[in-house]
Design a protein around this ligand. Structure first.
Ligand SMILES: [Zn+2]
Ligand SMILES: [Zn+2]
Ligand SMILES: [Zn+2]
Length: 160
């Protein structure tokens, strides 16, 4: 789906859309990559020790995380349909750090690095915004985490 103008992600998620090309987000991320290239900075994060993973988030994947009811975490209402706002951790790119794994904020789509990364920017985003929930941005991983109570959810609840 490539909406013109502002997309209502909740409506698109409701309609079963999986991928959204958001023109302004796509342009912003490409611009960021182009500037990194001009500065001669690496685009790709160093893989975690012992792995061959490179960690980039698909910025077209519409994330609709249905928080399960059977957890002790009462913050599931914070999970909105979101698009990841960048392919990597923008704070790491700004500060010249490299990330290990990426997390996506379920309230606003901000992409941040995990607690194993030097910047711990996903947690920093939570502390700045009070957005409580993140899901893994790593390919194939479906788990999510609440910073407020330390709850980990293995997978979203099935669609109803
Ligand atoms: Zn919680
Ligand atoms: Zn970071
Ligand atoms: Zn957020």
């Amino acid at each position: 789906m490539r909406p013109r103008g502002h997309a209502d992600l909740a409506d698109l998620a409701e309609a079963g859309v999986d991928h959204v090309i958001d023109a302004s987000l796509a342009t912003q991320w490409r611009l960021c990559q182009a500037v990194l290239d001009l500065l001669g900075l690496p685009r790709v994060a160093v893989p975690a020790p012992g792995t061959t993973d490179t960690t980039w988030v698909d910025t077209t994947r519409l994330i609709r995380y249905r928080w399960p009811d059977d957890t002790d975490c009462p913050h599931g209402a914070a999970a909105e349909p979101v698009l990841p706002i960048s392919g990597g951790c923008l704070d790491c790119l700004r500060e010249g750090l490299q990330w290990v794994h990426l997390r996506v904020c379920l309230t606003c789509g901000t992409v941040g690095c995990c607690d194993s990364s030097p910047g711990r920017h996903s947690r920093a985003h939570h502390e700045h915004t009070d957005h409580p929930l993140v899901t893994s941005g790593e390919p194939g991983e479906t788990w999510a985490y609440c910073f407020l109570d330390g709850t980990t959810v293995a997978a979203p609840a099935p669609a109803t």
